[in-house]
Design a protein around this ligand. Structure first.
Ligand code: UDP
Length: 320
């Protein structure tokens, strides 16, 4: 049977891909987005679809949120302040959007017993150096004087709140911690490294690698991320639990820049930029970040299908 699914932040990078995937499986999809970092162009191709609706508004407008929640069986809550650059430059907006937005979504969903999927982040593992990161690991954050950690702390509050709604009120809540995700429509405006490097390479500009470039990340293709979300929102045993969603293929940022150069055929130089020049004060980077994905693998038999090479190729083709 087709369900009504509300996607907050559905005009964003991950949300718009999720909307497409859910429509393809026969669901009714409504997107709520204030276009603060999302873009209408990301969903413009969906507006004529008979099972698609959208509302341009903030999740903190209680009248709109109440009406849309009352018509939905599932709310996928993706609306949040994202991107390290945005987070360090606008910490007030980050903390307020993340905490009050999630609070509003949970409170409203509880009124109608709608299931809530909360998008959390690998940022909550902070500087933990016990790799790979497992869902129940301890969390090590930097001091409050470093604003980067406000993002992790705000997302931790979201997770606590979601789990509390589940335990105290029996509200169906599922939480996923997205690790670095990449794919078409991701904007480099908020700091994300791959769209920035690809953009620079295709324009013959220097590729900006921050620090010594030996920090590493694992990049998951958005199509794999979306498949994980679709599985998690439908599986009854996902309720009340937290899941890592990410790739385990690790790459240093220097190697990434070299691969972007190779795939785009660019002869741009690679430029090392000290962190203090790259980010506003209050920034602190993390060296490595790798998920343990055993939990979601066990539940859904999920694992990424695309490698980083596939993803870079896909990106290059979509932009060429
Ligand atoms: N980074 C970089 N050059 C850029 C943008 C980012 O070297 O133009 C680095 C950044 O410092 C971090 C990594 O790439 O070490 C991933 O950054 P991103 O903002 O994409 O995600 P994060 O893992 O920090 O959330």
């Amino acid at each position: 049977m087709s369900e009504h699914i509300l996607i907050t932040g559905g005009a964003g990078f991950i949300g718009s891909h999720l909307a497409e995937a859910l429509l393809a499986t026969g669901q009714q999809v409504t997107v709520l987005d204030d276009l603060s970092t999302g873009r209408f162009e990301n969903i413009a191709h969906l507006v004529e679809h008979p099972r698609f609706r959208f509302a341009i508004d903030t999740i903190t407008n209680p009248i709109v949120l109440d009406r849309l929640a009352s018509e939905s069986q599932i709310i996928v809550h993706l609306a949040a302040a994202v991107g390290v650059q945005l987070v360090v430059e606008h910490p007030v907006r980050t903390i307020e959007t993340n905490i009050s937005g999630t609070e509003a979504v949970l409170r409203t969903a509880a009124r109608y017993r709608a299931k809530v999927f909360i998008a959390s982040t690998s940022e909550v593992y902070g500087k933990g150096n016990h790799l790979p990161f497992r869902e129940d690991d301890d969390v090590v954050l930097g001091p409050t004087s470093r604003s980067r950690w406000s993002y992790a702390a705000s997302k931790m509050v979201d997770e606590f709140l979601g789990l509390a709604y589940h335990h105290e009120y029996g509200q169906p809540v599922v939480i996923a911690r997205f690790f670095n995700t990449v794919g078409p429509r991701q904007s480099g405006r908020y700091g994300m490294v791959i769209p920035r490097l690809v953009h620079q390479a295709m324009r013959g500009q220097p590729l900006t690698v921050y620090g010594d470039g030996q920090q590493s990340r694992c990049f998951c293709d958005v199509s794999d991320t979306v498949r994980a979300v679709v599985g998690l929102i439908q599986h009854p045993d996902a309720i009340g639990r937290v899941f890592n969603v990410g790739s385990t293929e690790e790459v240093t940022i220097m190697e990434l820049a070299q691969r972007v150069k190779a795939i785009t055929g660019s002869d741009s130089p690679i430029e090392l930029i000290p962190y203090r020049q790259a980010y506003a004060p209050g920034f602190e980077d993390m060296r490595r970040r790798v998920p343990d994905t055993a939990r979601i693998q066990q539940l859904l038999d999920w694992r990424p299908q695309l490698t980083l090479a596939d993803t870079l190729q896909r990106l290059h083709t979509s932009l060429a």
